[in-house]
Design a protein around this ligand. Sequence first.
Ligand SMILES: [Zn+2]
Length: 333
Amino acid sequence: MTGLPTQDGEKRRVAGIIVFIVFLVLAPAACLIADSNSQGALLEEGLPGLGIKGVAVVVNGEKKLVLKNRAEAENLLAWLKAVYPAEPDTEVGFKETIELTDLIIDGQEAVDFDTAKSLIQPLVTVIFSSRVAVREEVPFSVEVRQDSQLPRGGQKVVRRGAPGEKIVTYQVTGENGLETGRVAVAEEVLQEAVPAVVTRGSRVMLASRGSVVRLYQPVPGGVISPYGWRDGRMHEGVDLAAGAGSPVVAAAVGRVTSAGWEGGYGKMVEISHGGGLVTRYAHLSSIKVNVGQPVSERELIGLAGATGNASGPHLHFEVIVNGRHHNPAGYIF
Ligand SMILES: [Zn+2]
């Protein structure tokens, strides 16, 4: 019991006494822990031999109710955890500290299971934590380049952006079935976004035009929808009657600056005529020129159609001067 490694006899004696005192204190405590189900509780309640065993549900240190046995008490906690529907693999617990304590009770004290349910539910907050994976779009950025060939204020989409895709895993936490917090814990990019590339014109016009330019009408058909506000949106060109496959020609000499699919324009050709003047020909069924190619007035550039946002075949024709749309009706003859 002693045998402490000290050489001094007096010290050894004192140490022996201390160890003995510690033993005196610990022995009953150990006994209490070992036999807490019966005798320990019995001591606490002070009703030796008279009561029956029960289990107290203790919330944040306060005894809230008593059930007949531990199995019922555990069923009660299991029922509480299942009150709110949860996704699979959700961890469910309680915000409060809940302990089950065995004790001796008199016959009246224990409540039945249904009463226990209605008593405990308002006292307890059921908390949950789960992981949720969500497929999300990755927005694309827009890269702006200066183009000294484009008039100031003019803008051209060189490359359309495309959003990417990712799976974001969130740690979702909540109380009583309602989400209260969400933190992204992992992210897996399935597809990178493709940045859009836009050029902005930087060319400053030295002098204004002395007279209005006359443009050749690119198709012979008349105006079927004029320039201006239409159904709450600005119609930035004129729609000219043109059957599917009918030839579309350049309105003036120039150079092709764009030839390809342009969203709602469908297949589109854009020609720069110099001096800040640009024309556009949209909804083509077929394009007959390439970017950079010089074209002369009345040269075939494509065939009319209904590609992009068009309800039927026609030519959508735009006139842009120094980056601003003008009514083509004032230019064509
Ligand atoms: Zn149009």
